[in-house]
Design a protein around this ligand. Sequence first.
Ligand code: SF4
Length: 220
Amino acid sequence: MEVGLFGKPTVINNVETLVNVLAILEGGPGGGARFAATGTEGSTGPKLFCVSGNVVRPGVYEVTFGMSIRELLDLAGGVPGGRSIRAILLGGAAGMFVGPEVLDTPLTFEGTRAINASLGSGVVMVFDETADMVGTLRRIAAFFRDESCGQCVPCRVGTVRQEELLSRLADRVEVRTQAEELALLADIGQAMRDASICGLGQTASSAIESAMRQPELVAL
Ligand code: SF4
C-alpha cells in the first residue's frame, strides 16, 4: 500500500497544475477535451507567466499558451519610457537569456525549445538598455552559491568559482585574459552540468553562460 506524508493521501504538485485540474472537472463531460483543445498542439491550456523587471505593469499574467513574448510584454505595458529591450530572462535563474530578436517567439514548450530556451518556472524578466547586466549575473551567481547545499563538490566549488570569476570580470581584476576567463567559465559550467547530483548544480550556470554567449547582451 502506498501512503503519503504522515500516512495520509498526499499530492505533491504546484498550485498551477492543481488549478488546471479544477477547470477540467468543472467543465463537466468533455471538460478534459475542451481543456486540451486550447493553446497549441504541444502546449495545451492556460499558463501563468510572472512578468518582471523593466515593464510598466509587472505581475502574474494568465494567458493561453501560444501568445508571443511581444504580446505578453504589451499586456504588461511594455518597457517604461519607450526604452529598448536589451535582454529577456526566460524561465528564471536556471533559465536562459535571450535577445530582443526573438520577441515574436510563441511562449510554448516547443516555441522556446526552438530558440534553445525553456519556459521553466514561467518567469519573463525584462532588462532594458540601462540594465546592469553584469551585476545581474553576479546576483544570479550569488544566489546559486547560497543555495548550493554543499553535498557534492562540482556544485559546492563550481558555484563559488563562478561567482568569483564574474566578480573579477565586473571589477576588471585581470588574472588572465577575458577570453581565458570566458573559457574557464564554460569549463566550470560543463563540470557542474556533468557531475552535479541534482538539478540545482546542473543548471547553476545556464542563465549566466547563455548571457555570456551573447556579448551584445552583457556589454563587458
Ligand atoms: S548539486 Fe544539488 S546535491 Fe549537489 S551540492 Fe548542489 S544543491 Fe547540493
